[in-house]
Design a protein around this ligand. Structure first.
Ligand code: RB5
Length: 147
């Protein structure tokens, strides 16, 4: 199950991503928003991030104007590795190297076609492990105050 969230700057990307997930019959939970009325991104990021951290969703996708606010907020939750991606290369490599569990996208940065392509890469690319496993363990050590 994929957790989705957006603010008014990202809801159109989220709508395109939902259509794509529907076409692949991938289940999701949508925490809104669904129109251009201004809303704050942090509470939405928190809902998506906690669902993943609690093991109730496998991955998440968060969309705001830039993807940046969503990623900063989501990364405050322990166990979350949220990556802002503005290129297909980043969407792919953040799975291979960072084992990112949330993809953050900017509705004022990329278009809907790119959002769907980055979503495909994010969902279908495996984590490489190996030296990258050690590196994400070092990130966890920072979270735990050990590094
Ligand atoms: C909202 O105007 C905007 O600040 C938000 O969507 C996002 O870009 C924040 O990082």
């Amino acid at each position: 199950m994929i957790a989705l969230g957006a603010d008014h700057g990202g809801y159109l990307l989220k709508a395109a991503i939902k259509k794509y997930l529907d076409s692949r019959k991938i289940e999701y939970t949508d925490f809104g928003t669904n129109d251009e009325t201004s809303v704050d991104y942090a509470p939405i990021a928190s809902k998506v991030a906690h669902l993943i951290a609690d093991g109730k969703a496998e991955k998440g996708i968060l969309c705001c104007g830039t993807g940046i606010g969503m990623s900063i907020a989501a990364n405050k939750v322990k166990g979350i590795r949220a990556a802002v991606c503005a290129t297909a290369y980043c969407a792919e490599i953040t799975r291979h190297h960072n084992n990112a569990n949330i993809l953050c996208l900017g509705g004022r940065v990329i278009d809907e076609e790119q959002a769907v392509e980055f979503t495909r890469l994010f969902l279908d690319t495996p984590f490489d492990g190996g030296r990258h496993q050690r590196r994400i363990e070092e990130i966890a050590a920072i979270e735990n105050g050990e590094l």
